[in-house]
Structure formats: structure tokens, C-alpha cells
Design a protein around this ligand. Structure first.
Ligand code: ZN
Length: 308
């Protein structure tokens, strides 16, 4: 090492050791953007879910260092896909009331499959009701659009709408053509020195999507079903590869936790606040939420917090 650079390095080390530390022990990255990702809250009437949602929100707001905001990863309520109007209203009232009382942080919402009203109602399908489909969740959570983006520091956060009605039955994880077109335009507009974190309810890429049912098929296949991971992953992969500033993707939906690094992107599947839909752990995973830290060098860290 040349003397000059040695002196510069020493000065930097001494200088930084005298400053109040904004970083963590052994971590030279600057203060990150920190947020809590609470996904799959699935609130419904009952002591356990209601107290559980409040507890998770309290926990996230008491963290030290503090988080700057919350991202709600979707499936806010137990279910409105099959629920009648009254039951859906009750669940949304509950979600809104608890959020209003127990949370003072800015919160960004994602639409989950169970937040969509009426798609699976068999008799007297309310498809002429103006609230049918995604309008109810949009209005209740005061979301202007199904998908959107915002910027914090040198990170751009894109929130997607993963769930589409599948003509062959059920729902499917993918972007509709209009949304895919929007995402392509959006990515074009983000400067190359701004890092990108993408939020989706259904994982874009996840191994736990194939482990959700905890079984191997009779023929030996380990299946990833169309409603458990983005079926347009190969399309998204080709798009993402053009933007090396896409660094992290976060999701929920599976109630399991994994972290997959693939082609330069960290994909985090962040468990569920409701765990086994408020019956304890789902498989090996206790009810939990994630602390996400997005650093100014494009790296990220996910810490799962079992809040109970
Ligand atoms: Zn879901």
C-alpha cells in the first residue's frame, strides 16, 4: 500500500470512529432506508387476530433504530374472494380501525388475492356491484392505483398487483398486459444510479412457493403452482436483466420464508404476520414480519422478526 493511501485510509477510519455511529457494528454502509414489511395479516373478527395485528404494528413501531415506514404486503383481511358483502365489510372495518388506532407510521399498501371481492362467489355473483373485484380494496386503503411507485433516498420502490383472474379457473400470479407495459415504462424512467426494490404480493421468484403444500407429487415432481409464484417470471427475468439497478424483490403470500439470490437480485419471501392464519406457526415458521434495510450501495438486508 502506498503511504498516501495508507494515511487516507487511517484518517477515514479514525474519523469515522469518532462520529456517532449511524451504521451497525462491523458494517461500513451508511444509514439505510429501513422499513417494516408486514404481509398476510389476514385480520378477521376474534381476539387472536385482532390482538395479533395490533401487536405486530406496535412491535414494528418500537424498533430501534426506528423504521421509516411500513409496507403492507397484502392479504390484509382473511378473505373477500368468497365472502358476502356483509362479511367483507366487517373485515375491512376491522382492518381500518386497528390500523387507525395502532399505527402512526406512513404505510404503503399492496393488493393481495384475498383482498379482492367476489371473484369466487358462486351463487349470485356480485359482478354488477361497483365494488366487485379490486375497487373495494382500492377505496378502503385509499390507493389511487393498483400498482404504483415512490422514491426514498437513492432507492425507487415499485409496488405491483400480482393477482389476476384466471380464465381457466381460480387466480393466477402475473402482471396483466397494461401493468407490464407500465412497468417497462417505469423502469426506463428510473436513473441508472437509483436502486430499485420491487414489492409484489405473490413472489416473483421463490423456492418456498414449491414447498407451500409440504408434499412431493406422486410422480416425484415438486410443483410450483400458478397461484403461488409469478407465472410470468421468465418474462420478468428478461426485463430485469436489462436493469442491473434492480436489487431486491419482496413478497408474501406463501406464509413461509426464503431468500433467493438469482442473477444479481435478492428475492425475499417474508412469511406472514398471521403465521398459520392465526393458529400459530405455519410449517417451521412462526408469525413474523420483516425489517428491510436498503443500503446506499444497492445492497439489502432482511431480518425476520417473530413479534409474539
Ligand atoms: Zn395471498
Amino acid at each position: 500500500m502506498k503511504r498516501k493511501s495508507f494515511l487516507q485510509t487511517s484518517a477515514a477510519v479514525i474519523g469515522s470512529s469518532l462520529l456517532p455511529s449511524l451504521s451497525f457494528a462491523g458494517d461500513n454502509r451508511k444509514k439505510p432506508i429501513r422499513f417494516a414489511h408486514l404481509t398476510d395479516i389476514h385480520v378477521k373478527p376474534g381476539l387472536v387476530p385482532e390482538a395479533g395485528m395490533a401487536k405486530a404494528l406496535h412491535h414494528a413501531q418500537q424498533l430501534k433504530p426506528k423504521v421509516d415506514f411500513i409496507i403492507n404486503g397484502g392479504d390484509s383481511i382473511m378473505d373477500s374472494l368468497e365472502a358476502d358483502k356483509q362479511k367483507t365489510q366487517t373485515q375491512w372495518d376491522l382492518f381500518k380501525n386497528i390500523l387507525q388506532k395502532e399505527n402512526s407510521l406512513p404505510i404503503y399498501h399492496t393488493i393481495g388475492n384475498h383482498d379482492i371481492w367476489g371473484w369466487f362467489i358462486k351463487e349470485n355473483k356480485p359482478d354488477n356491484d361497483r365494488l366487485y373485484g379490486k375497487l373495494w380494496v382500492l377505496e378502503t386503503l385509499e390507493m389511487k392505483t393498483r400498482y404504483y411507485s415512490f422514491t426514498r433516498g437513492n432507492w425507487h420502490i415499485i409496488v405491483l398487483d400480482s393477482t389476476q383472474l384466471n380464465p381457466a379457473g381460480g387466480y393466477i400470479g402475473k402482471l396483466d398486459p397494461v401493468q407490464l407495459d407500465w412497468l417497462q415504462q417505469e423502469l426506463l424512467q428510473v436513473p441508472a444510479d437509483i436502486f430499485i426494490c420491487i414489492v409484489s404480493h405473490i413472489p416473483i421468484l421463490s423456492i418456498c412457493s414449491g414447498l407451500f403444500f409440504d408434499k412431493t407429487e406422486l410422480n416425484g415432481d415438486l410443483l410450483i403452482k400458478r397461484n403461488l409464484m409469478h407465472t410470468d417470471f421468465l418474462v420478468l427475468k428478461k426485463l430485469f436483466i436489462k436493469y442491473p439497478n434492480i436489487k431486491a424483490c419482496i413478497s408474501g403470500h406463501i406464509h413461509l420464508q426464503d431468500e433467493v439470490k438469482y442473477l444479481g437480485i435478492n428475492y425475499y419471501c417474508n412469511g406472514a404476520v398471521s403465521g398459520n392464519w392465526w393458529g400459530g406457526s405455519y410449517q417451521e415458521f412462526a408469525p413474523a414480519y420483516a425489517i428491510m434495510e436498503l443500503f446506499d450501495d444497492g445492497s439489502s438486508r432482511r431480518t425476520m422478526v417473530p413479534y409474539k
